[in-house]
Design a protein around this ligand. Sequence first.
Ligand code: ADE
Length: 239
Amino acid sequence: MRIDIVTIFPEFFDVLDISLLGKARQSGIIELGVHNLRDYTHDRHRTVDDTPYGGGAGMVMKPEPWGEAFDAILEGEVDAKTADGPVLIFPSPAGEQFTQAIARELAEEEHLVFGCGRYEGIDQRVFDHYATKGRVRLLSLGDYVLNGGEVAVMAMIEAVGRLIPGVVGNPQSLVEESHEDGLLEYPSYTKPASWRELEVPPVLLSGNHGAIATWRHEQQVERTRRVRPDLLAQHPDEA
Ligand code: ADE
C-alpha cells in the first residue's frame, strides 16, 4: 500500500520509522510519502492560512497550497474517480466516525492520501474540488476536538496498517480483539497463576477449550453491556 500525508508538521510522522509499521516500510509492504504543505506556497512567509470569510474566530487553511500538493501527489494516478484510484482522507471532528469496519475497508486500498488540517479547518472548496476527482472521506476519531489532524492520521494509519497482510506477525491475533466481532475483547491473563492474592479464573487453567471459549464469550458480552451498551444494540442476538 502507498500512503501519502500532507501536513505542516512532517517531522510528526518520524515515529512511523519504528515498531511494526517501521518494519512494514522496510520490507516494502507500506510505502510512505510525507509532504510539507508549506513547500506548495509561494510567498516569503510560506503562508497556509487566512481569516475566515464571514468573520469568526481563528484561521482557515487556504485552498491553493492544498490544490498544488494534492495535484502533485495525484499526478499520473489512474483516473482517481474509479474504484482503483486513491482515497483522499481528511481527519475532521465534523467527519463520519472512524471505526474498525472503515479501517478494514481502507486496508484493501492501494493508495491512501491523508490531508492534515489545522486551525479552524480547510477551505471547503478543497473537499468539493477533489470530490469531483476521486473518493473523498472526512473521518473523525471521536466526539472531541484535537488541535490538528496529525494525531488522528497517526491513529488511522496504525489501525489500517496492522490489518494489511504481513504487518502483524500472527494474523490470528487480529481476529480475537475488541471490535472485530462487534464486542469488546475478553480479559487476558498470563503467568503467574496467583499475583498479589489475585487469582487467574480457574476455567483458564482447566485445559477445557470448550469451557474456555464459552467463558470468554460471556466475558465479552458482559463487558460490552457494562461499558458500551451502544455496541450491543447493534448485536441483537447478544442483547
Ligand atoms: N481533527 C481535530 N479533531 C479531530 C477529531 N476528533 N478526529 C479527527 N480529526 C480531528
